[in-house]
Design a protein around this ligand. Structure first.
Ligand SMILES: NC(=O)c1ccc[n+]([C@@H]2O[C@H](COP(=O)([O-])OP(=O)(O)OC[C@H]3O[C@@H](n4cnc5c(N)ncnc54)[C@H](OP(=O)(O)O)[C@@H]3O)[C@@H](O)[C@H]2O)c1
Length: 382
């Protein structure tokens, strides 16, 4: 299990289409003017089912929106552009900003103009060691519903398996996954949540969870995992396959590998601060870390293939990255810090990469010899 604390700190601290596809959203932008978008009929019709929800095949994640504000103009504009472009699904978590992110999402939804399409919101329960009972989940769920300003949460997910075991070094582990499943079933039966989901579950735990929920008569709607052109192995594709075979929607986080797959970073244009430090090996390469070789040039060969596909499609590299996940049957939830990014990302709706393009992209990814886990969770095999 890699980086769960880092992930928590973020917050608590197929079918192929023809090659000449219509553009999903026409985008007009300048530095100062508001972003204008016109969604195509194909983009608006690009929908998937997650439990009882019918959602855009692309969502948006709230983790990169301000975690210290309960309201924010730039974020409200980004969400408004998402919605005008056909994106009507937002993912947040109680762990993001100690609940502040849920309030921010609720306030941005409230600011949408009258007549805007309805936005479905998913949030998550944090299984931290001091939560020892099933009712701790029900209580947390009720608190999230208050922050979201709803009676029933569209989709409530357990953020990760119960892997934060403070006494593990002493050989003492007390997994509470089943207690949390019982709490989630109770929240569903009380009508606090319309759909139940999990996150960062590999096939083995998913199988147990599904058997539990089946026994309760509660449908398991979704599993959210790290999935991108740079994170398919280490259980990711196998988990997506398992979900598909068992009628569970797969939601994909880090679909842009934190921006790496938008193709905007270079040796002379690394992000600032810690993010730049962690991105260097992927962008510049020429290092061996924990037995993994990052060749000089890093992710450049994959980006070159992505650019070729993007050019032949009249798309952008970020749109190809997002469409890759969609073409593999995953609903990606990219972060977008502003309206421009929101508009560009929505251009992944309304078309699909074909088999030849997928194979070429995967071959380029395989040739790198490394993947991008970021601060995401690894998937347990057992
Ligand atoms: N279940 C879990 O354990 C878990 C873990 C992590 C995340 N998540 C969810 O997944 C969501 C997505 O994760 P993420 O935002 O960290 O990763 P991501 O979607 O892979 O990357 C988002 C970043 O990519 C860049 N970007 C986005 N659109 C762009 C565009 N059109 N052009 C250029 N750059 C663009 C921005 O980077 P810059 O900020 O550098 O500009 C943005 O912050 C989160 O919001 C959260 O809801 C879930």
């Amino acid at each position: 299990m890699r980086g769960p604390l880092l992930a928590l700190l973020h917050g608590v601290a197929s079918a192929g289409a023809g090659r000449v596809a219509p553009r999903a959203a026409r985008v007009t932008m300048s530095a100062s003017a508001p972003v204008q978008v016109t969604a195509s009929p194909e983009a608006l019709a690009d929908r998937v089912r997650v439990g009882t929800l019918e959602l855009s095949a692309l969502g948006v994640g709230a983790l990169n929106w301000p975690l210290d504000k309960a309201d924010d103009e730039q974020t409200a504009q980004a969400l408004a552009v998402c919605v005008r472009s056909g994106v009507d699904f937002v993912d947040t978590a109680e762990a993001y900003g100690f609940g502040r992110s849920e309030e921010l999402v609720a306030n941005c939804v409230k600011r949408l103009p009258p007549g805007a399409r309805r936005v479905a919101v998913a949030t998550k329960f944090a299984p931290v060691p001091w939560r020892m009972t099933a009712s701790s989940l029900v209580d947390a769920c009720a608190a999230s519903a208050v922050r979201l300003g709803v009676e029933t949460i569209d989709l409530y997910q357990i953020h990760f398996p119960d892997v934060l075991q403070p006494l593990a070094a002493l050989g003492v582990q007390q997994r509470k996954d089943e207690l949390y499943w019982a709490g989630l079933a109770e929240a569903y039966k009380r009508g606090l949540v319309a759909n139940v989901g999990v996150s960062n579950y590999g096939p083995a735990l998913l199988k147990r969870a599904k058997a539990f929920f089946d026994g309760q008569g509660v449908p398991l709607a979704s599993n959210q995992i790290n999935f991108s052109l740079l994170y398919r192995k280490q259980g990711a594709q196998a988990t997506v396959d398992w979900c598909r075979d068992h009628g569970i929607a797969a939601l994909g986080y880090f679909p842009l590998a934190n921006g790496l797959l938008a193709g905007k970073y270079s040796a002379s244009n690394l992000p600032s601060g810690l993010k730049g430090m962690s991105m260097r090996k992927y962008v510049v390469g020429g290092v061996v870390e924990r037995g993994v070789t990052f060749k000089p040039g890093g992710v450049a060969p994959l980006l070159a293939e992505m650019r070729a596909v993007a050019q032949s499609r009249g798309r952008t590299v970020a749109q190809v990255a997002l469409n890759y996940a969609m073409s593999k049957g995953v609903l990606p939830i990219p972060g977008c810090r502003n309206a421009q990014m929101a508009a560009e990302n929505a251009g992944a709706l309304g078309w699909r990469l074909d088999g030849g393009e997928l194979a070429a992209l995967e071959a380029a990814s395989d040739g790198l010899g490394f993947e991008f886990a970021g601060g995401g969770f690894g998937l347990e095999e057992e």
